[in-house]
Design a binder for this molecule. Structure first.
Ligand SMILES: [Zn+2]
Ligand SMILES: [Zn+2]
Length: 226
């Protein structure tokens, strides 16, 4: 099966559309990004109604904020891990600890802003457990895997061809002078590394993060052994 990958930049965060025999979307962007979503999808050969499933990698605001509106336009179902789903269903705000200096500074700056941001809530249609989910029935040769660490309900989507969509489990934050590697925020950095090991065991070759450009999974291997 031929699979095509289309990034849609919704601002600082990247969502992805994956088209096989069906179409799924990874993540729902920050609040108020629906215009950018519509502009982004207008440029590619996918109609919004073709999207059957939106896999939300985790409950942080920049990944769930436009999910309700994207769901309305596309009619897609939303899949999310049970540990993070209160963020989308109830507007709960998760604030992860900073891992390095950048992370700590940014979280300090963002926390007061975060309290004022409104999250448009909606129902999670497909509640994911730790066992993950095959995407075959959505026409995608791949699966959702529970990859905790950045948040405890973080999931990744891995394709049989080695592309892996990790949300914020890894970042490629070139503007901050950082190369591909660890996220700058995480609930548990040891769990992040465990999840990286799992993805490598599962055959990850190219990492598609939500923040920054795709990079080779060799970077994860190097970071784990350094
Ligand atoms: Zn995050
Ligand atoms: Zn993020």
């Amino acid at each position: 099966m031929n699979v095509s990958i289309y990034p849609i930049l919704l601002g600082f965060e990247r969502c992805y559309l994956i088209k096989g025999e069906g179409v799924i979307m990874i993540d729902g962007g920050a609040p108020g990004r629906i215009d950018r979503f519509e502009k982004g999808i207008a440029r590619i050969t996918i109609e919004p109604e073709e999207i059957q499933l939106i896999v939300i990698t985790h409950g942080h605001i920049d990944h769930i904020g436009s999910a309700r509106d994207i769901k309305k336009i596309t009619g897609a179902q939303i899949a999310m891990h049970q540990r993070d789903m209160d963020c989308l269903e109830r507007g709960a705000k998760l604030v992860p600890p900073g891992v390095n200096t950048w992370g700590r500074v940014l979280i300090k700056m963002l926390t007061p802003l975060l309290t004022r941001v409104h999250i448009p809530i909606t129902e999670v249609d497909l509640i994911l457990g730790d066992e993950g989910l095959s995407l075959r029935e959505y026409g995608i040769p791949g699966k959702i895997i529970h990859t905790p660490g950045h948040s405890m309900g973080s999931v990744s989507v891995i394709l049989e061809t080695g592309e892996v969509f990790v949300g914020d489990l890894a970042m490629n934050m070139v503007p901050l002078g950082l190369g591909p590697g660890l996220p700058i925020f995480a609930e548990d950095i040891q769990e992040v590394k465990e999840s990286w090991r799992l993805l490598l065991e599962e055959g990850a070759e190219t990492v598609f993060p939500a923040h920054g450009k795709p990079f080779s999974a060799d970077s994860l291997l190097r970071a784990l052994s350094s």
